[in-house]
Design a protein around this ligand. Structure first.
Ligand code: GLU
Length: 303
């Protein structure tokens, strides 16, 4: 498989459509991003690397961070987190309040905002500093010591974060929050503000393609736990469109409202795409299209 030629072809085919979709504007700092930015990067478990377009340009990873916070919590204490958060697709918007009240403070899964707040809460309780634990892990796994937060995005989200604050208070009201709500929200906003490129993210996700083995060959968690994170990504990682996404792409993936999508190809590698324009469900329009074309051309889906 000539991955260089394939990525280059997909990039050139889709470049005229760069700018499709709608850039997220509910976090005002994200609305300032040029909608025509477009990059993609593949990192292989064998050390292969191929990139195209804006693949080295850092962007706001937003909800892609949720894969890594979940993985760090599972690595530290195994399955205990599942008493506080479920593993089913939510069938509602990622920031919905209604379901959380109906289900008495147990979020459907760790990738909707309520579930991610529970995971960040636990990581903060376990590590004493969730956002730093996450940043340091991402620096190590990506091999890029320059991975860092975007203070402007974190502040913008905090200022407009009423929905997340409401979710966190709901969780606390149901006894599903260990640390003070304000602390958890702050950690969460900073976590989402991390800036990474497609190249950084493709490398950072490789422990999921390597069944739990980190970049230095040590084990983060068991092969079984890696399988579980991948399974939750497949069923819950692309907002309320995970069914359609699995149908078109067939890879465990996580998207973020910054326009990134990180996809895991177990045993092979990771592919990350960035294009800020989103579809109505919140997934990058070009990101989904790239992944669809990639799995169609290679046959490398999990099915
Ligand atoms: N920081 C964003 C929020 O909480 C993340 C959303 C996302 O990327 O899905 O609203």
């Amino acid at each position: 498989m000539d991955l260089h030629a394939l990525l280059d072809r997909i990039y050139r085919e889709l470049l005229p459509s760069a700018g499709s979709g709608k850039v997220a504007d509910y976090i005002p700092a994200l609305a300032a991003v040029d909608p025509r930015r477009f990059g993609l990067a593949y990192a292989g478990v064998d050390g292969a690397y191929v990139g195209a377009g804006d693949c080295l340009e850092p962007f706001s990873i937003q909800s892609i961070s949720k894969i890594f916070s979940l993985s760090l919590v599972l690595a530290r204490e195994g399955e205990a987190i599942w008493a506080r958060v479920g593993r089913e697709p939510s069938g509602t918007a990622f920031n919905s309040l209604v379901q959380l009240e109906q289900e008495r403070g147990i979020p459907r899964n760790p990738f909707i905002n309520a579930g991610a707040l529970v995971v960040t809460d636990r990581l903060h309780a376990l590590s004493g500093a969730a956002r730093e634990a996450l940043r340091d892990f991402l620096r190590t796994e990506s091999g890029n010591p320059g991975v860092d937060f975007d203070a402007g995005v974190a502040a913008s989200e905090a200022e407009h974060g009423h929905r997340n604050a409401a979710l966190a208070h709901f969780l606390a009201a149901y006894g599903n929050m260990e640390c003070p709500v304000e602390q958890v929200l702050e950690q969460y906003f900073w976590q989402c503000s991390l800036r990474m490129s497609c190249a950084d993210l493709a490398r950072a996700g490789l422990f999921l393609a390597r069944h739990g083995l980190r970049a230095d060959g040590t084990r983060l968690f068991s092969a079984s736990e890696a399988k579980r994170v991948n399974a939750v990504m497949l069923t819950c990682g692309t907002y309320d469109a995970a069914g359609e996404f699995a149908y078109r792409v067939g890879l465990p993936s996580k998207s973020g409202v910054g326009g990134g999508i990180l996809a895991v190809l177990p045993n092979r590698g990771c592919l990350c795409v960035w294009s800020p324009g989103l579809d109505p469900k919140g997934n990058s329009v070009l990101g989904v299209e790239v992944l669809d074309r990639f799995t169609t051309a290679t046959g490398w889906s999990v099915f």
